[in-house]
Design a protein around this ligand. Structure first.
Ligand SMILES: Cc1cc2nc3c(=O)[nH]c(=O)nc-3n(C[C@H](O)[C@H](O)[C@H](O)COP(=O)(O)OP(=O)(O)OC[C@H]3O[C@@H](n4cnc5c(N)ncnc54)[C@H](O)[C@@H]3O)c2cc1C
Length: 437
C-alpha cells in the first residue's frame, strides 16, 4: 500500500518536531517493498517509539514495517525464534510466555518492533548482566537500496551485521530476524530500597550485581547534591510462575493536556506521592512482568500529558569515574527551574555489544523527561551536553533531539568504522541533523 497521507509518520514519541515524509509504504509482504532509488531517501519505521527524530524522514520515503510481523519458525525446545522484523515485543511475549520463554532484553515499553529495537540496539534493566539485544541476534536479513538481500550474522557479512545493530536504520531495511529467547517465568520478585545520594546508589548497584534487573527512580526536583533521594529496585524472575492477573481496563490520555499543568509544583507533588507510596514496599514483592517492565504502557498515549508541544527525553551515559558529572547535571536542572517528571538512574555493565554504533558503555546512565518550552529547553539541553562531553560520556540517539554534528563526532568516533557499511539510499532527520547525510 502506498499513500501520500503521512500524518502518522511525521512525529515521534516526543512530539517535539513535525517532519512529514512525502511517501509512505506499509508492506504486508517482503515483495511489497519497492525502493525507487534516485534522490529520494528511504527509512524504515517501526512503532515510532523513538523520542527524537531518528525514525523521521521529512520529504523522504517511509516504510512502516509494523505489519510485516509474522512468526516464521520457532523451536520450543531451544527458544530460537525466527520472525519478520516488524513483530512487536508485545506480540512476541504473548506468543512465547505460555511456553515458558521470555525476551532476553526489553526496553521500558513493549510497543516497539524487533527491527526498531535492533536499529537502536536497545538495553534494559539487565544491561549489567547481559548487555544489549544485539548480543541475542543470531542472524538477520537486510534489504539494501539496490534490491539485494544480505544474510548477516557473526559469521556471514560480519561487518554489515555489526553496522546494522545500533545502525539507526541507515544500513537498509531489516526484514527477518533470528532471536535467542531466555527460559524464564513471567513473574518477577522485586525489592525496593530507598537511598540518598549517588554514593548510596553506587553501593547498592555494586552489591546488587547478581540480581538480574536493577534500576532506580530518582527525585530530581530539588537540588541533588549531596542528598538527593531515590528508590532502588532490584529483581529476579521468580522460580514460581503464576497465572497472569486479570486485565485492568487501560487508562488513556484522550487529548493533549494544557502545558501549564506540568510545572515544578505538579512535578514536586507527583514525586512526593511516588516516593511515599513506593518507599513502603521494601520487602520482596511478586509482580507480574507487565507492570514491572512497562508501567507507562498502562496509560494509552501518555505522551499527550506534555501538551501539544511535546517533550524532550534525554539519556546519557558517563564512565564510572565521572559520577560528579551526574550530580552536576541534576543540580543544573534543579537550578534552571525545569523539573523532570521521570528520572531514571542505572548502571551499564561491561558486556560489549557487536553493534559498532551501540550507545551503552560501562558507567552511569541517567534518563530525564523535560517538557518542551521552546528555546529555553533546548538551551538547557545544550548546557547539559557540554557536561556530558566534558565527562567523556555520550547521548543516546533513540532519545536525542539536540546533538549537533560536533557533539555526534565526539560521542561516536566509531562512525568512521560504520560509514563504509552505511547504505546511502537511507537517511533520517537525525542523520541529516548530525551532519552525516
Ligand atoms: C516508554 C518508553 C520506554 C523506553 N525505554 C527504553 C529502554 O529502556 N531502553 C532503550 O534502549 N530504549 C528505550 N526506549 C526507546 C525505544 O526502545 C527505541 O526508540 C526503539 O528503537 C523504538 O522501536 P520502534 O519499533 O518504535 O522503532 P522506531 O522508533 O519507529 O524507529 C527507530 C529506529 O529503528 C529503525 N527501524 C525500525 N524498523 C526497522 C527495520 N525493520 N529495519 C531497519 N531499521 C528499522 C528506524 O529507521 C529508526 O532509526 C523507550 C521508548 C519509550 C517510548
Amino acid at each position: 500500500m502506498t499513500s501520500t497521507v503521512a500524518n502518522l509518520y511525521q512525529q515521534s514519541w516526543g512530539k517535539n518536531i513535525i517532519a512529514p515524509p512525502s511517501e509512505v509504504t506499509v508492506p504486508r509482504w517482503i515483495d511489497d517493498i519497492k525502493i525507487h532509488g534516485g534522490d529520494q531517501s528511504c527509512l524504515a519505521f517501526g512503532l515510532g517509539r523513538s523520542y527524537g527524530d531518528s525514525c523521521l524522514n521529512q520529504d523522504g520515503h517511509i516504510f512502516d514495517m509494523s505489519r510485516l510481523n509474522q512468526i516464521i519458525h520457532w523451536d520450543i525446545n531451544d527458544g530460537l525464534i525466527h520472525v519478520h522484523a516488524g513483530i512487536s515485543i508485545a506480540d512476541l511475549l504473548s506468543f512465547v510466555i505460555p511456553h515458558g520463554w521470555f525476551v532476553p532484553v526489553t526496553p521500558g515499553t513493549k510497543f516497539v518492533t524487533l527491527g526498531g529495537a535492533i536499529a537502536n540496539d536497545v538495553h534494559g534493566k539487565n544491561h549489567h548482566r547481559v548487555g544489549t539485544i544485539g548480543r541475542f541476534i543470531k542472524t538477520l536479513t537486510l534489504l539494501r537500496s539496490d534490491g539485494t538481500i544480505l544474510t548477516c550474522s557473526t559469521s556471514q557479512n560480519v561487518e554489515v551485521f555489526r553496522a546494522t545493530i545500533g545502525g539507526l536504520g541507515l544500513t537498509g531495511i531489516i526484514l527477518t530476524v533470528e532471536l535467542q529467547l531466555v527460559f524464564a517465568s513471567s513473574w518477577i520478585e522485586v525489592e525496593t530500597i530507598p537511598f540518598f545520594g549517588i554514593e548510596e546508589f553506587t553501593n547498592l548497584s555494586t552489591e546488587s550485581q547478581s540480581y538480574e534487573y536493577t534500576v532506580a527512580w530518582i527525585d530530581c526536583v530539588d537540588a541533588w547534591n549531596p542528598w538527593g533521594r531515590g528508590l532502588f529496585m532490584r529483581a529476579n524472575h521468580s522460580p514460581n510462575d503464576r497465572k497472569p492477573p486479570k486485565q485492568k481496563p487501560k487508562l488513556s490520555v484522550p487529548i493533549n493536556c494544557p502545558t501549564y499543568m506540568l510545572n515544578r509544583y505538579s512535578c514536586k507533588a507527583f514525586n512526593e506521592i511516588y516516593y511515599r507510596v513506593n518507599s513502603r514496599s521494601v520487602e520482596k514483592k511478586m509482580v507480574h512482568y507487565d507492570p514491572f517492565f512497562y508501567p507507562l504502557d498502562a496509560v494509552h498515549d501518555w505522551n499527550r500529558i506534555y501538551g501539544k508541544h511535546g517533550f524532550y527525553q534525554y539519556q546519557f551515559v558517563v564512565p564510572f569515574s565521572e559520577k560528579d558529572g551526574v550530580v552536576e547535571i541534576l543540580n543544573r536542572i534543579s537550578r534552571s527551574g525545569f523539573a523532570s517528571f521521570l528520572a531514571v538512574l542505572k548502571t551499564f555493565g561491561h558486556q560489549s555489544s557487536p553493534g559498532i554504533l551501540s550507545f551503552p558503555r560501562p558507567g552511569y546512565t541517567l534518563t530525564l523527561d523535560l517538557a518542551n518550552r521552546g528555546q529555553k529547553t533546548v538551551k538547557l539541553l545544550h548546557e547539559l551536553t557540554e557536561i556530558v562531553l566534558e565527562a567523556k560520556g555520550r547521548l543516546y540517539p533513540a532519545k536525542d533531539s539536540v546533538m549537533t554534528p560536533r557533539d555526534f563526532q565526539s560521542f561516536y568516533p566509531e562512525w568512521e568504522q560504520f560509514a563504509p557499511h552505511r547504505d546511502k539510499g537511507f537517511s533520517s532527520n537525525f542523520s541529516r541533523r548530525v551532519g552525516v547525510g
